[in-house]
Design a protein around this ligand. Structure first.
Ligand SMILES: Cc1cc2nc3c(=O)[nH]c(=O)nc-3n(C[C@H](O)[C@H](O)[C@H](O)COP(=O)(O)OP(=O)(O)OC[C@H]3O[C@@H](n4cnc5c(N)ncnc54)[C@H](O)[C@@H]3O)c2cc1C
Length: 380
């Protein structure tokens, strides 16, 4: 069986390692000169700080299979993320919790009082919320929505929140405790030497061959493989035949200060007048290191054009006929599996991407040992 994996991000590397561990030789092609994909980390030459090149990445999971898999390739240091929102110059804890509510309303609520207060603020609808804005206002009311979500969401997605799906808001926690931790998973950490070193180690196996600076094209000889696992853009696979799927891209404006810059590793800026969405302070993602200087990145979101890097797939409340079309085309192919965040056009956290790639590899290995055809498309 000749297996090709397109992309050396966490999805491609997980597939490669899982298949190789089961005795299958694989070839990996990666367009970039390094592995790690979107999770790429590198030392900043000016400060020596480990930089999260495409935005801050914190590993968080309740999936013990995924956790024991990744732990083979890196030492994870425990990491507690606290995020602050800068609203009109005042810092609040995110996601919204009892501390946020007390500070915002200038009160000392108990959990029960706060719940009752939010119930009073929420605006009842006579139908199920149809979009982000309706979901937000019917859950937390206008004041909190306007302060923390309206401007941020518009900047992040470049669309009015009433065009975005209600699901995005439903995924945001609202807590009635004084716990400022952003994530509540059983395993939360950051690999000591960064994600790129982790992925490099995953790919270090005698049955894995990796070619960097090598871009896969569908008409570029992939027919010589029995099975292709593709982790690039779904629309790019089809050479954008039906049009481009909508993505948001990010631009980072780096700056260096002496000492520390901000209270927490990530500070978001929901105010519409501020052109960026958040500032990350990279050395705070490696609190076990000491650095005199500090490297920070302001994050600007914009609509992804032809020559930009796709970051976030844009899913609209109204759905997408274009996405349906590409998905249909993908299911018609034999021997090509679409895995990972770009190929499935979904925002996937790392642990979910790794879990799905582990599943895809397990199904493939099962087919190989029983001589069954490998299913062509894995949809999350
Ligand atoms: C700003 C931001 C912050 C995030 N923060 C977190 C976080 O804190 N925690 C978390 O769990 N997740 C986070 N994520 C999600 C995380 O980035 C993804 O889970 C992860 O990148 C998925 O890996 P992947 O391999 O599927 O895709 P990618 O990382 O995109 O890898 C795909 C690889 O394929 C290569 N490729 C594409 N097309 C081709 C081609 N034609 N030929 C050859 N190579 C090709 C690309 O160069 C790339 O290396 C964040 C995402 C973003 C956008």
């Amino acid at each position: 069986m000749r297996i090709l994996i397109v992309g050396a991000g966490v999805s491609g590397a997980t597939l490669a390692r899982s298949l190789a561990d089961a005795g299958n030789p694989v070839r990996v092609v990666e367009a970039k000169p390094h592995p790690g994909g979107h999770c790429h980390t590198e030392r900043d030459a000016r400060t020596g700080i480990m930089k999260h090149a495409f935005g801050p990445h914190i590993f968080h999971s309740d999936d013990m299979d995924v956790w024991s898999f990744v732990s083979r390739f890196a030492e994870f240091r425990p990491f507690a993320l606290e995020v602050k929102a800068n609203v009109a110059g005042r810092l609040f804890s995110l996601p919204i919790n009892l501390n946020t509510l007390n500070q915002f309303f200038g009160r000392q609520f108990t959990a029960e009082d706060a719940q009752a207060h939010i119930r009073n603020l929420s605006v009842p609808l006579d139908h199920d919320p149809r979009n982000f804005e309706e979901q937000a206002i019917s859950s937390i009311g206008e004041a909190l929505y306007n302060a923390f979500f309206k401007g941020y969401t518009q900047k992040q997605w470049g669309r009015p929140p009433d065009q975005l799906p209600a699901d995005i808001f439903k995924r945001l926690p609202l807590r009635f405790t004084k716990d400022n931790n952003y994530f509540h998973h059983s395993r939360i950490g950051i690999p000591q030497e960064g994600y790129t070193a982790l992925v490099e180690k995953m790919l270090r196996h005698p049955l894995i061959t990796v070619e960097y600076d090598t871009k896969f094209r569908r008409d570029g000889g992939d027919h010589e493989f029995d099975q292709v696992f593709y982790t690039g853009g779904l629309d790019a696979f089809f050479n954008f035949e039906f049009g481009r799927l909508p993505y948001r891209s990010l631009r980072f404006e780096d700056f260096i200060v002496t000492g520390d810059f901000q209270e927490s590793a990530i500070v978001t800026y929901p105010d519409p007048e501020v052109p960026y969405t958040r500032i990350s302070e990279h050395k705070k993602f490696a609190p076990w290191e000491t650095h005199e200087k500090s490297l920070c990145s302001r994050e600007f979101s914009f609509e992804c054009g032809e020559n930009d890097v796709p970051f976030y797939p844009v899913n609209l409340a109204a759905g997408s006929a274009l996405l349906d079309r590409y998905r249909y085309e993908a299911t018609q192919l034999r021997n090509v599996s679409f895995v990972g965040r770009l190929a499935t056009f979904k925002y996937l956290d790392m642990d979910v991407a790794i879990g799905q790639a582990r599943h895809a590899a397990a199904v493939t290995i099962g087919c190989l040992t029983t001589d069954l055809p490998v299913p062509a498309f894995f949809q999350p």
